[in-house]
Design a protein around this ligand. Sequence first.
Ligand code: URA
Length: 220
Amino acid sequence: MPDTATAPVTQLHLLPQTNRLRSLHTVIRDRDAARADFVQTSAQIFRLLLETALDLLPVEPREVRTPVGQTYRGLRPAAPTCGVSVARAGESIEAELRAMLPHSRIGKILLQRDKVTKLPRFYYAALPPDIATSHVLLLDPMLATGGTALAAITVLGEHGVADDDIVFVNLLSSPEGIAAVHAQHPRVRIVTSAVEERLNEDAYMIPGIGDFGDRYFGTD
Ligand code: URA
C-alpha cells in the first residue's frame, strides 16, 4: 500500500487537445473576437476544466434507491468542495462552478502586483469556514510567472489547506509558471487547457491571449 504522503501524484492535467477544444481556443485567442464571444467561449472551456478538476477529487460509495425499487451503488464526493477565486480574473470561472455545484461555497483572494517589487501583495481573503477540511478548486485562468498562484497557495496553506487538497484550475499556463508552482508545491495539481510556448519580456504568454481580465470584463 503506497504511503499517501509520499506517493507520486500526477500534477499536470492537460485537457485532451481535441479539435473541439482547439476551435474554442481559436475563438478566444483571436484579437478581433467580440467580448460576448470571448466570455461565452471561455465559459465552455471552464466547464471542461472544472469537469476534469472535479474528477480528480476523492469519492466514497453511496447507495440510492431508484424509483423502481432497485439499489444503485453510486459515489459521492468524500469531502465538501469549494472554489476560491483569485480576483479579478478568477471570478470569471465562478459562474460555471456555481452552475455545476450549486451548493458549493466560493471564497475569494485579492492580491495585487506591487509596482516596485513586481511581486503580488496580499490584500484580502474571504474563505469558507470549513476550508481546512474541504477540497479546494483554486480558480485563476492565467498561470504566467506563477507569482500570484504561489501567493494564493500560501494564503490557503495559512488557512490549513494541504497542498494535496488543492486543484488549480486554469485556462492557459506557461512552462515557467508550472515549474514555479511545482518547485514549491509539488503536490498541488494543475488542470489546464493549454501549455504555452513561453513568457515574453512583459510576462505575457506566447502565443497567448493578451490580458484575460481586460478582455473578459471589457476594460481594455
Ligand atoms: N495575465 C494575462 O492576462 N495574460 C497573460 O498572458 C499573462 C498574465
